[in-house]
Design a protein around this ligand. Structure first.
Ligand code: C2E
Ligand code: CA
Ligand code: CA
Length: 584
């Protein structure tokens, strides 16, 4: 620490000398001034810890000098000791003017010891004050740093660092305030939930740098389509959300959504990669679709899902129906998780006959006997199973049961009977499919020629080359193959020729129309003829009456399936049925 400094001021040189002598033993630098002006100059130059000043001086009195000196901010609190031979009333006056840190001593100095003691004390006080000051400054600096850090934390807590948009936290906070206001002022709010399609694919294919750029670009596009006062936020990943204030009608929100979809109808150039972005938008409204931020966001998300599964680059509105569906789904997920273990699945078999009504085979159809909701059809629970991946376990059970049943029929002396088994799209794409089936064939000792695998047309058309490969593998296992729901999956007939397929099952929607729509009948006749050329057989599904049966038989349809022949029958009932009816 620097040496402390004392300024002594007196116009009588001998007084200065005397004072200096008294202070000799004090560890401080002494600076002298012989008049007020000099004192002021010195006080400007140095930082004094104490000033000892004579009151009576020519031109500028001690009081005046101190008043001057203390005008300087840094000198405001220097302790001052006034010296005088005589004290007048003036002293009390000045005491009132100059705040604090003043003392008075008489000349000549009576007790040198007392003065030294006083000065030492003041110096110590000054030292401590200065130390405190330094600590205070350091504290203030720390405080500022903390505030800065706090601000940054806040930024991070409220804003997405990539796009600079508000994040989910900030958005939901604001949304709940907006909802409160909309409720008060009886206004309508809309939420647009947006999800970039294929973003994951772009990110995986081109890397994060491109992915990040795409997100920024998308946020720019969103930003351009909204008005002042609407709030755009990034919820995370490739999900964005917009809240539209005080909208007048549902159509207004739809217009904004359509505008966003349109804005995405252009090719982006990102790091020289041409990227076509598309976006799925789900819309929910306050107050119709939810009462709080959570409900509204969840329901707009659900609507987004609907948009995504219906059409690329489109929007959809939330509605209660959708909500019911998802509750239903949740309910089913719970029930299905234990259904297999609890033996709630049962198989039905529906006969398939030729034009002489002789039995060609049976189609295996699954039923779920839910303990609290009764029999649930496969169209409702198979998609849920597929989503859960538990479809693998369940399919293993179905195929094993169906094969064992076929073995039983064969052993009990009934004629070679075909058992057809439906394979879900998910299963068909499973790379393990072939060993999986091989395992079941071995385990059950079924004759694979008796088993016909049904794959829907839309499944087989998803990736044609891959399908051909899988179908060939299936054929190697000597299984029969049928294309299910034929006519609904936009088959290109070119591909059909390459598919190693035994059977086409004409979809029920065609059967339904053959009697009153000649155009449909023409199509069926064409398919039948085409199948003949390709060496495939035809099954018509959903035949419900004699007229349909006769017409289809007349045009050379090989096999018929439908309520007209029989509904799907449980194990006991199909057994009886097979005893009563002849096989081919
Ligand atoms: P699908 O393969 O097209 O099965 C034919 C559906 O039509 C069956 O419905 C059957 O009961 C019904 N059906 C048959 N004849 C008639 C008729 O004359 N009129 C009417 N209105 N309907 C008729 P189901 O059993 O409800 O099966 C629906 C769909 O569920 C099946 O369509 C199939 O895609 C799937 N599915 C059924 N069982 C299984 C299974 O074990 N595994 C897999 N992956 N899917 C299955
Ligand atoms: Ca089928
Ligand atoms: Ca079908």
């Amino acid at each position: 620490m620097n040496k402390q400094k004392i300024l002594i001021v007196d116009d009588t040189p001998s007084n200065l000398v005397a004072l200096e002598e008294i202070l000799l033993t004090i560890d401080a630098e002494i600076i002298t001034a012989s008049n007020g002006q000099e004192a002021v100059r010195e006080a400007l130059k140095h930082n004094f810890d104490i000033i000892i000043i004579d009151i009576q001086m020519p031109d500028m009195s001690g009081f005046e000098s101190i008043e001057y000196i203390r005008k300087e901010q840094k000198n405001r609190h220097i302790p001052v000791i006034f010296q005088s031979a005589v004290f007048t009333d003036e002293i009390s006056k000045v005491k009132g003017v100059t705040a604090g840190g003043i003392d008075f001593i008489t000349k000549p100095i009576l007790s040198e010891e007392l003065l030294r003691g006083k000065i030492k004390l003041l110096l110590e006080l000054q030292r401590q004050t200065q130390e405190l000051q330094i600590t205070k400054l350091a504290l203030e600096k720390k405080q500022r740093e903390l505030e800065q850090a706090n601000f940054q934390l806040k930024q991070m807590a409220f804003f997405d660092s990539l796009t600079g948009l508000p994040n989910r936290y900030a958005f939901t906070n604001q949304l709940s305030m907006e909802i409160a206001r909309a409720r008060r002022e009886k206004q309508m709010l809309a939420l647009l939930f947006m999800d970039l399609e294929k973003f994951k694919y772009i990110n995986d294919t081109y890397g994060h740098r491109v992915g990040d750029e795409v997100l920024i670009e998308a946020s720019n596009i969103f930003e351009k389509t909204i008005r002042n006062g609407d709030v755009l936020a990034r919820l995370g990943g490739d999900e964005f959300i917009i809240s539209l204030h005080n909208i007048q009608s549902v159509e207004n929100a739809e217009r904004v959504a359509a505008k966003i979809n349109r804005a995405f109808e252009k090719i982006l150039n990102i790091h020289n990669i041409a990227i076509r972005l598309t976006v799925s938008i789900g819309i929910s409204f306050f107050p119709q679709d939810g009462q709080n931020d959570e409900e509204l966001i969840r329901n707009s998300d659900m609507a987004m899902y609907k948009a995504k599964t219906t059409m690329s680059n489109s929007y959809a509105l939330y509605n209660r129906e959708l909500h019911k569906q998802s509750l239903n789904r949740l309910y089913m997920e719970n029930g299905l998780s234990t259904a297999l273990k609890n033996r709630e699945f049962k198989l039905c078999y529906q006969p398939i006959v030729n034009s002489d009504k002789k039995i060609y085979g049976v189609e295996t159809l699954i039923r779920w006997h839910s303990p609290d909701r009764g029999v649930i059809p496969p169209s409702e629970f198979i998609p849920v199973l597929e989503n859960n991946r538990s479809i693998i376990e369940v399919t293993e059970w179905i195929i094993t049961q169906a094969c064992l049943q076929n073995v039983y029929w064969e052993k009990s002396g009934r004629h070679p009977l075909i058992t057809t088994i439906n394979l879900s799209a998910y299963q068909f794409q499973d790379p393990n499919l072939i060993p999986f089936l091989q395992g079941i064939i071995q385990k059950t000792q079924v004759n694979p020629r008796n088993i016909e695998i049904e794959i829907t047309e839309s499944t087989s058309m998803k990736d044609v080359d891959k399908s051909i490969e899988v179908l060939r593998e299936l054929k190697k296992l000597q299984l029969k193959i049928a294309i299910d729901d034929f006519g609904t999956g936009f088959s290109s007939l070119n591909y059909l020729a390459q598919f190693p397929v035994d059977i086409l099952k004409i979809d029920k929607s065609f059967t339904d129309q053959i009697l009153n729509n000649s155009h449909v009948l023409d199509i069926i006749i064409t398919i039948i003829n085409l199948a003949k050329k390709l060496n495939m057989k035809i099954i018509a599904e959903g035949v419900e009456n004699r007229e349909q049966f006769d017409l289809l038989s007349h045009y050379g349809c090989d096999f018929i399936q439908g309520y007209y022949i029989s509904e799907p029958l449980n194990e006991a009932a199909i057994d009886k049925y097979l005893l009563k009816h002849a096989c081919i």
